[in-house]
Structure formats: C-alpha cells, structure tokens
Design a protein around this ligand. Structure first.
Ligand code: FMN
Length: 196
C-alpha cells in the first residue's frame, strides 16, 4: 500500500499558483521571517551561505516597475501601452515577492556550480515554506533576471544572479493540473561507464 501522511500528500499535490490568480492576503512580517529561516535551512556544501534574500514590497515593486518599463523599451524599442503597463506590474503581481539571490563565494573546494544549486534549493524550500504556511507561491525569474541592467534595478550587484523571485499570495480558486513527467522514462539502473 502506498504510504501517506500530510507531508507526502502535500509533496504529491503541490503546484504553483499562476501569477494572474494571486491575491491578498500575503504573509505577515513574522510569518515571512519564519519562512525565510526555513528556506535557509538548506544543504550548502562548505557552509558558504552563497545566497541572500531581497524582500520586494508594494512601494519597491512600483519603483522597480517604472524602471523595468524604461529598460524594456531600451531593449525592444517603443512598446504599446498595455505592454508598458505589464512591465510596470512585473514585481507587483502578488502581495509580496522575494528575490533569492545567488552570491557565489571564492572557494578552492566548492565550485560555483554547486553554490548555484544550493541557491536553487533555497528557492524551492521557500516555495515549500510558503505553502506550509497556507499561502500559494510561484517561482519566476523573468527577462530582467537575465539582463545585467535588469538585475541592477532589482538590487543585485554585477557578480550576483537571481535564482528566483518567489511570489507569495493567496487564492481560493482551483489550480489546473499541468502534465507531469513520465517518471518511468526518466529512471534507469546504472548500465556502465559512458562510452561517448
Ligand atoms: C529557475 C526557474 C525560473 C522560472 N522562471 C519563470 C518565468 O520567468 N516565467 C514563468 O512563467 N515561469 C517561470 N518558471 C516556471 C514557474 O515556476 C512555473 O509556473 C512552474 O514551473 C509550474 O510548476 P509547478 O506547478 O510544479 O510548480 C520558472 C521556474 C524555474 C525553476
């Protein structure tokens, strides 16, 4: 018989809330603080803590949105009003958004690749923590995380990368299921050294 408990049930059914469905309420200050503490309880080879969090509240989202709208037009040329409005609202689609910033540290032993993986694990842990507190979450990066000026607008230095912007809010609406991986096709027993 398949084992069940509350954690397994949650992990088997977890899904992201589309950003278009995000609404109030968001977490209180103390809930958010607890969620970030849980998120940081993540495997971290060499204890480098190669990540940090930026909290984007409403006023920050407004300021960032104005700048992203300008930057988007620097990149794309003049844009129609509805697209400009979309850029203005990028970081205002949920009650709160948290940037999980990968901050790779100099290390002879721990490659940057492993440090990025740890930042990704922190991001997923934050998604789990938000869900555990009864909220809904969505992990996005967006074009601005892939653009150096965009990252600067979001508060990142040139040697930092955005692992994810976790948007947190609520919704009573049913979230549609999306196709999930065919797990059997992804699993194999070891069949010997790769021969090229
Ligand atoms: C690193 C990373 C970046 C992502 N960035 C975006 C994004 O910019 N825009 C987007 O629509 N979805 C993005 N996604 C996907 C959303 O998280 C998506 O809604 C999610 O994969 C849905 O799957 P789930 O229901 O299993 O959570 C990203 C996912 C990851 C892991």
């Amino acid at each position: 018989m398949t084992k069940t408990n509350a954690v397994i049930d949650y992990l088997r059914s977890r899904k992201s809330l589309p950003l278009t469905m995000m609404s109030e309420p968001g977490p209180s200050e103390s809930e958010l603080r607890d969620m970030l503490e849980i998120a940081a309880r993540t495997p971290d080879h060499g204890r480098l803590e190669p990540w940090r969090f930026i909290v984007y509240r409403d006023e920050a989202g407004r300021e960032i949105g104005e700048k992203l709208a300008v930057r988007a037009q620097e990149i794309n040329g003049p844009m129609p009003d509805d697209q400009i409005e979309r850029e203005r609202n990028r970081i205002r689609r949920a009650p709160v958004a948290i940037g999980v910033v990968a901050v790779t540290k100099e290390s002879e032993k721990i490659p940057a690749w492993e440090q990025f993986l740890s930042a990704g694990a922190v991001t997923m842990n934050l998604v789990h923590a938000a869900n555990a507190y009864g909220y809904k979450a969505n992990w996005v990066t967006g074009w601005y995380s892939d653009d150096e000026k965009g990252r600067a607008i979001l508060g990142l230095s040139p040697n930092e990368r955005m692992a994810g912007i976790v948007h947190i809010g609520s919704s009573d609406r049913e979230i549609a299921e999306r196709p999930r991986p065919d797990i059997e096709s992804l699993i194999s027993d070891y069949s010997g050294e790769y021969q090229g």
